[in-house]
Structure formats: structure tokens, C-alpha cells
Design a binder for this molecule. Sequence first.
Ligand code: PGA
Length: 253
Amino acid sequence: MRKKIIAGNWKMNLTFDEGQKLTSEIVNMYKDEKIKDVIAVLNPPFPHLFPVKKLVGDTPGIFVGAQNCSDKESGAFTGEVSAKILASFGVNYVIIGHSERREYFKESNEMLAEKVKAALANGLTPIFCCGESLDIRNAGTHEPNVKFQLTDSLFNLSASDFAKVVIAYEPIWAIGTGKTATSDEAQEMHLALRRHIATKYGKDIANNISILYGGSMNAGNAADLLSKPDVDGGLIGGASLKSRDFLEIIKSY
Ligand code: PGA
């Protein structure tokens, strides 16, 4: 069964108190409104993970994710955080290959493949990000470009491992720019990716993979994007920092 997921990527934002307040508001709303069919994943910066996890507790429908993890198991890698450490206190998801990590931290497809493996080996669900730059979109080569990101980082996984991955299609030109892909552009890419997955892993697995859209999704455009048959949720940056906006997106689903 394809899951409906709305994941909030806080990026490098919010102090401790602000993070606690935001989390409490989301938890309260999930409890009050008994939302169960849409999964919320909160992805705060590392130091928030443990306190956010404590606040979320066992609230149905809410999970906690990291924004990154190391490709290494453990050892002398100052400043890094392993999937094993994250899993040891109940983190459930981890964003891997966000375009900001690819660009500013030079994370290659090869390294991302290792990160995905590390996450899966420790029972974390990777939210694997892919997406094209504006130049590539303008050149019209966005579909092969994004398909290759999947092929290169994910298609070495076994079918049972691949089935556990969540994909997030995030056109780079839409991230933090206020310029979202149209719902038709998102649908077109999501369907192309699902078909690409089917060629490698078969239709059943392809149909059951959740593919999220990310890039300036907000309370105003979410309903349209989420109405598309191959859009299974969203990865939300800016609009995940205010409970009202984040919850509006969830309710519009
Ligand atoms: P945005 O970010 O919603 O602020 O565009 C999305 C993301 O980077 O995941």
C-alpha cells in the first residue's frame, strides 16, 4: 500500500523552544482531529531529534526523521552522525540526497547509495531526494537526468530493500524559490519515475512506492499537487516551520 506522507524539512532553522512549540502544536492537532491516514514526518536539525521524539511519543501518524546521516557505520568521523545512532533512540526516517547536500557538501550518487544502505541496514526509512536544475529543465533533459539519479544510487538495492525507500522528487529550481512545479509537471515526472522503477523492480513494487513532491509546496498549492494520482505526499521546507501552514497542507490532503 502506498503511504501518504507529508514530511517537514526544517533545514537549519528553529531554536530549541521554537522546535518544541511547533512539535507540540502538530502533536495536539493529530490527537484532537484523530488524523491517521496522512503520515507526518518531522525532520528537525540533529540536536532537536531526541526532544522532538519525546514530545511525539507514540502519537499515531507522526514520525521523526533526520535530515542526513553518515555513509559510515561508526568511528573517527568528527561531526558526523550514523544511521545506527539515529536508530538507537527511535528515529524512523532519514532524508538522503537533498539537493542542498548534493550541491554544498558535494555528495555524489555513489556516496548517497552508501547512505541509503546504511539507513536501511539500521531500520530507517530513507527519503531519497532527486531533481533537476533549471538548466536541465530548460534543455528538456529532465526526465533522463532524474531517472539516472535513481538508477545510480538506488538500483543496486535488492527488491525487498528498494520497496522500503520513499522517493522525493524536488526540482531544484522550485526549492525555496516560491516557484512551484505545476501539478501536471509533477505528475508527469512522478509517473515517469514510477515507470522507470517498474522496469527494474516490476509493477507491484513501483505501484507501492510513495513518491513525494517537494519545492515551494504550501497551503495554497498543496491540494492541487496532492490531487494527482502519482503524487503521494510532500517534502515541505519553508511551510513546515509554522504549524498552521504545515497542518493546512496535511488537511488539504
Ligand atoms: P521549500 O523546500 O518547501 O522551502 O521549497 C523544500 C525542500 O527543500 O525540501
